[in-house]
Design a protein around this ligand. Structure first.
Ligand SMILES: Cc1cc2nc3c(=O)[nH]c(=O)nc-3n(C[C@H](O)[C@H](O)[C@H](O)COP(=O)(O)OP(=O)(O)OC[C@H]3O[C@@H](n4cnc5c(N)ncnc54)[C@H](O)[C@@H]3O)c2cc1C
Length: 482
């Protein structure tokens, strides 16, 4: 902390972190509840020469939503649903409304968000700033593709401008979605929901004996009409079993199939529940998990999970929309089981032509470095037109690593080696998950011309560089000065 770190009221000083908790930053926390309140924060920041880091629910894994010795602009109090039309499925909301607020609001009218993350706690503003995808990316694309318009407050002028994908400020529409919060602050978002005739889905799990099967089983499930598909990989397995895992697909009930849709579309029927078998409170589960979160424990649990899944491979069960989508909300606070050092996630997307070879190489690199991911998730994706897009017509592998004081340097070295594979394979990085990317590798995957257009847009919307985060400084630092 520098000497200048007391220029704003001391009672504003707070430490915030990303979801992974591997790094954190101390700054001044402001939580305005109106657009004028955000403007006031900009004025305070200017008057004191302090940058502003926009922040939603802090569910990005790394350093995307904070900056040390800056103002953390927490937008979670701007959370009103401003308009909802149950006939068209068009909803207008403030950016601090969460994915949970959204699906719970619309489901009773037979609509659902077409894109949700693996947890329901991100805000819609934060989700749009990262342009999130779900387990149906191959089918529905990203959240930005269902955004009809947004209003964004620009630091340059203090104006709120409306952007649409067709005419109004089209270039800003495609740059700010996925623009990780440094071009302006979303103040209002209009989304198109998707109609559903039931809140239930048929869910099945299939064993994949190795990485090649992980690809082929996923592709087959999608070809057979899966609405959602996601793979879990046992990254401890090696040799012929390397990349083995389980693929889960989910298909919405067909119209007329649900005998009582009015019930399954009730929020109460979608609840994930607070207890296991009605006995053990889920809030305590992370404590039971903690002794297992090490190489030996996770190797054992992964083998058990794979074998149990393989045993029941192909068996169909009925699950709810919430149950099938928010798999990472089943165990509240699970990340605490990783201990004080927290975790990082390494997620990249690789084109379909090169992905199998690249992921095989990346899992082997983890083995070589003796750094094993404790959770590994595999998905199919499609490309889009957003300026800073992470999406490819390909596949992603997301690897969660426990961070400790003794493995931190080795982990960052491993990430650099994984990056080399990603870039050689023509892959891309996802900033919502990133903690380790080095700026020298940005243009290798985003192309110089895209980065130049983004920086030009930043000059237009925020020439003073008021909006900054650690991620922006780490990856684009020096592009503009505050
Ligand atoms: C358990 C878990 C599972 C996840 N699963 C998925 C998944 O399946 N798919 C996926 O795509 N992502 C997933 N994520 C990532 C998560 O959806 C994104 O990181 C999302 O951006 C988090 O939203 P947030 O509200 O927490 O935003 P934060 O993390 O607080 O901020 C994210 C970015 O948005 C900016 N921002 C926030 N609010 C605004 C605003 N109003 N205007 C402008 N910029 C703003 C911030 O500056 C920052 O750059 C997952 C995260 C977790 C923890």
């Amino acid at each position: 902390m520098t000497d200048s770190f007391s220029i704003l009221p001391r009672d504003r000083i707070e430490t915030v972190e990303g979801f992974g908790g591997a790094d954190r930053a101390t700054g001044y926390l402001y939580r305005p509840s109106t657009v004028d309140g955000i403007r006031d924060v900009f004025d305070i920041a200017r008057a004191h020469h302090v940058p502003v880091a926009p922040r939603g629910a802090g569910r990005s894994y790394g350093d995307a939503a904070y900056l040390a010795e800056a103002i953390a602009l927490d937008l979670t109090r701007l959370k009103r649903i401003l308009d909802w039309d149950p006939l068209t499925g068009i909803i207008t909301l403030e950016p601090g409304a969460t994915v949970r607020d959204l699906w719970q609001y619309v489901i009773g009218d037979g609509w659902l968000p077409p894109v949700v993350s693996g947890t329901m706690y991100p805000t819609i503003g934060g989700a749009l700033a990262m342009n999130i995808h779900g387990k149906n990316h191959f089918k529905q694309g990203t959240l930005g593709e269902h955004t009809l318009s947004f209003d964004i407050l620009l630091p340059a002028t203090g104006e709120v401008v409306t952007c649409t994908p067709e005419n109004e400020n089209r270039d800003l529409f495609y740059a700010a979605i996925g623009g990780f919060g440094v071009l302006g602050v979303f103040t209002k978002i209009v989304l198109q929901m998707m109609p559903v005739s039931s809140g239930l889905l048929h869910v099945r799990q299939f064993a994949a004996k190795n990485l090649a099967e992980m690809f082929s089983v996923t592709d087959e499930r999608i070809a057979r009409g899966a609405d959602y598909a996601v793979g879990w990989i046992d990254t401890f397995a090696s040799g012929d079993d390397l990349g083995r895992g389980l693929v889960q697909d989910a298909i919405f009930f067909a119209p007329g199939e649900d005998p009582n849709p009015a019930q399954s579309l009730r929020v109460e029927r979608q609840d994930l529940g607070d207890t296991v078998f009605g006995l053990v409170p889920k809030s305590t589960l992370w404590r039971l998990l903690k002794p297992w979160v090490n190489d030996t424990g996770m190797r054992l649990l992964s083998a058990l999970r794979y074998n149990a899944g393989a045993f029941s491979s192909g068996k169909a069960v009925v699950d709810t929309f919430a149950g099938a989508n928010f798999l990472l909300d089943y165990v509240p606070n699970w990340k605490r089981a990783y201990g004080d050092g927290g975790l990082i996630q390494y997620q990249t997307q690789i084109p379909k032509e090169t992905a199998l070879k690249a992921f095989r190489e990346q899992i082997r690199l983890c083995h070589k470095h003796r750094l094993f991911p404790y959770l590994s998730v595999f998905k199919r994706h499609r490309a889009d037109n957003f300026l800073m897009s992470y999406a490819t017509d390909g596949y992603s592998l997301a690897l969660d690593f426990k961070v400790t004081a003794s493995n931190r340097d080795r982990l960052w070295q491993l990430a650099a080696d994984l990056d080399a594979v990603t870039i050689a394979a023509g892959g891309r990085h996802y900033f919502a998950k990133d903690s380790t990317l080095h700026p020298s590798r940005i243009t290798a995957f985003l192309a110089e011309e895209r980065v130049a257009r983004f920086i030009a847009m930043k000059h237009r919307t925020d020439p003073e560089n008021l909006l900054q985060t650690d991620l922006w400084r780490r990856l684009f630092g020096g592009s503009l000065s505050c």
